[in-house]
Design a protein around this ligand. Structure first.
Ligand SMILES: N[C@@H](CS(=O)O)C(=O)O
Ligand SMILES: [Fe+2]
Length: 243
């Protein structure tokens, strides 16, 4: 269930370190709970939207900081300490799917938080994120992310990077459609992986590219959840997933 926000729960923003794609906290201090994250996101996102609307320069400034050490959302997300019972409550997995999307929280307006379970050796198709961005953290195991950019001349999606993220690093990976598109996968042949995804604002459909050598051939697909708020009965099990 979405928990309403109160100004007193809005958390302070301090220093994080930055790598090519990802930011991580320099220390494990200053952790926040899932409830604190959920309460803090809407006011922070609303404040950033208001700042973006002030002027063109403000918008450029907010957009250019997203995913960096100066982004309040990245910073907040990197401080989350998801505990074991929470992980167990939300990390439901369907062995017949490549990956299982579990809705943890949303306000239907500013953000969606998903816990995704990856079966061994499975990956998502190349896809976009029709929102301000997708922030990802690894909660269990290891994931590999491959990024692409469209090459109009060759009608292809060319690989721009391949990165591996592991649990406990507190790294936050960030991507949006200006940076490029991606596929994410679990490279392990025998263990599952779990990732936490934050999308701001929420979206229901995305584009996928089944073949990187045919960039002009994309399809629009619906995003379906396997469970909502820890309850798998809430969802239509026969709904078609992204893959
Ligand atoms: N963006 C994907 C998961 S991942 O491959 O980044 C989704 O929401 O289903
Ligand atoms: Fe994605």
């Amino acid at each position: 269930m979405f928990l309403s926000s109160s100004p007193s729960t809005v958390l302070a923003y301090d220093t994080v370190s930055e790598t090519a794609h990802a930011c991580s906290l320099t220390s494990k201090s200053n952790s926040i709970s899932l409830k604190e994250l959920i309460d803090s996101l809407p006011p922070i996102l609303c404040r950033l939207k208001m700042q973006e609307r002030k002027s063109f320069q403000d918008r450029v400034q907010v957009e250019s900081k997203r995913g960096t050490r100066e982004d309040p959302v990245t910073h907040l997300f990197s401080r989350l300490d998801l505990n074991e019972p929470e992980l167990r409550e939300y990390a439901l997995s369907d062995p017949t799917k490549k990956y299982t999307r579990n809705l943890v929280a949303t306000d239907h307006q500013t953000f969606t938080l998903l816990l995704i379970c990856w079966n061994p050796n499975k990956e998502s198709p190349i896809h976009d994120h029709p929102c301000d961005g997708c922030w990802v953290r690894v909660c269990q195991g290891k994931i590999e992310e491959t990024r692409y950019k469209i090459n109009e001349d060759m009608d292809s999606l060319d690989v721009t990077s391949v990165e591996t993220y592991e649990v406990d690093s507190r790294e936050v990976s960030y991507i949006n459609d200006y940076i490029g598109y991606h596929k994410v996968g679990n490279p392990s042949t025998n263990s599952s992986a779990v990732t936490l995804h934050l999308y701001c604002p929420p979206f229901q459909k995305c584009k996928i590219w089944p073949d990187p050598h045919r960039a002009s051939r994309s399809s629009k697909v619906c995003m379906c959840n396997y469970s909502e708020y820890g309850d798998s009965q809430a969802c239509d099990k026969f709904a078609v997933n992204m893959i």
